[in-house]
Design a protein. Structure first.
Length: 316
């Protein structure tokens, strides 16, 4: 594992989906040789204070890279305590199969559910306020089956559980929010990285639109402000950005496999602004190219400048 600030190296790891076997081995050796900088990747680092702020992991198995990302940040026990009720919030909004990259990868969700239970969670819930018919979204996304296979509860949302919550943001003063999210002991945000026709990209911060009710279309008039405002309410203990497959065009719904690019990557951090800022680089953008991240940073909700972040990159 290495702290890497060289942009060319980052581009190689994240953007070159055709790395040959020799290149793969060389990257792995570089990570292994740098391992003493951070200590063990299976738990807390060997030297105090050297857990990275942000981690990128690339590999063939979506489950394996998700587990390594969380372990590199200190392990799930850093985020989940015994007896916690945990809500894992994927993007599950569309009637699409995993290969179409419109919803979070089900294997990423499965890994996080298992890790939460292993850390002592009493109950793990996985749900989303979908755009298409939830009965189809839950099944076609593969998330319902994957999460239930490891004992998560995957309920459809109950309209009676949306309650107006004071926000006092720049443009949103009050909005209906799903109470089971606010009542959870811990929240884990697990968006997918994809193109969005309105906001350019949708990742961690935009994913909270799946936790609110009301007329969400009304928020589109000042969507960047709205996204930042919801950051005042939703405080995940960790954010895991699924970039195993990304949707590069015609988002957020997608549908055409030609718009999908397989990167086999996850990004994780306790800072959802930083996650989105680094995620923007997957699309050859910067965090400051996204209006909602600029606004969120100005509201002290997270760091948009990746050069100020302690970054770990790994490949398995």
């Amino acid at each position: 594992m290495a702290i890497i600030r060289t942009q060319n190296t980052l581009d190689k790891i994240l953007m070159d989906k055709d790395i040959d076997r020799r290149g793969f081995i060389q990257l792995g050796l570089k990570a292994a040789m740098a391992l003493p900088l951070l200590g063990s990747v299976t738990g807390l680092p060997g030297r105090e204070g050297e857990v990275p702020d942000l981690v990128i992991v690339k590999g063939k198995s979506a489950e394996a890279i998700t587990r390594l990302a969380i372990n590199t940040l200190g392990g799930m026990k850093r985020f989940v305590s015994r007896g916690d009720v945990v809500v894992i919030k994927p993007n599950m909004g569309w009637d699409r199969v995993p290969e179409q990259a419109a919803n979070t990868n089900p294997q990423v969700i499965k890994a996080l559910v298992e890790m939460a239970y292993s850390a002592g969670a009493k109950l793990v819930k996985v749900f989303d306020n979908t755009c298409n018919d939830p009965r189809r979204c839950y099944v076609r996304s593969g998330i319902k089956e994957a999460a239930e296979s490891v004992d998560a509860k995957v309920p459809f949302l109950d309209e009676r559980k949306f309650k107006p919550i004071k926000i006092n943001g720049q443009v949103i003063k009050e909005w209906p929010i799903y109470t089971e999210i606010l009542e959870a002991d811990k929240i884990i945000n697990v968006p997918i990285a994809k193109h969005h026709s309105l906001t350019r990209l949708t990742m961690a911060m935009k994913n909270w639109f799946g936790a609110i009710g009301g007329d969400r279309d009304k928020l589109h008039q000042r969507v960047d402000d709205a996204i930042a405002d919801f950051g005042l309410v939703f405080k995940p203990v960790v954010t895991v950005l699924d970039a195993y497959r990304i949707l590069t065009a015609n988002g957020p719904q997608g549908g055409n496999l030609l718009d999908v690019r397989e990167l086999r990557t996850v990004i994780a951090s306790t800072d959802q602004v930083a996650v989105d800022s680094l995620g923007a680089e997957l699309f050859s953008l910067k965090g400051t190219d996204l209006g909602y991240l600029v606004k969120a940073h100005a509201m002290n909700l997270g760091e948009v400048d990746i050069s100020k972040i302690k970054l770990a990159t790994l490949e398995i």
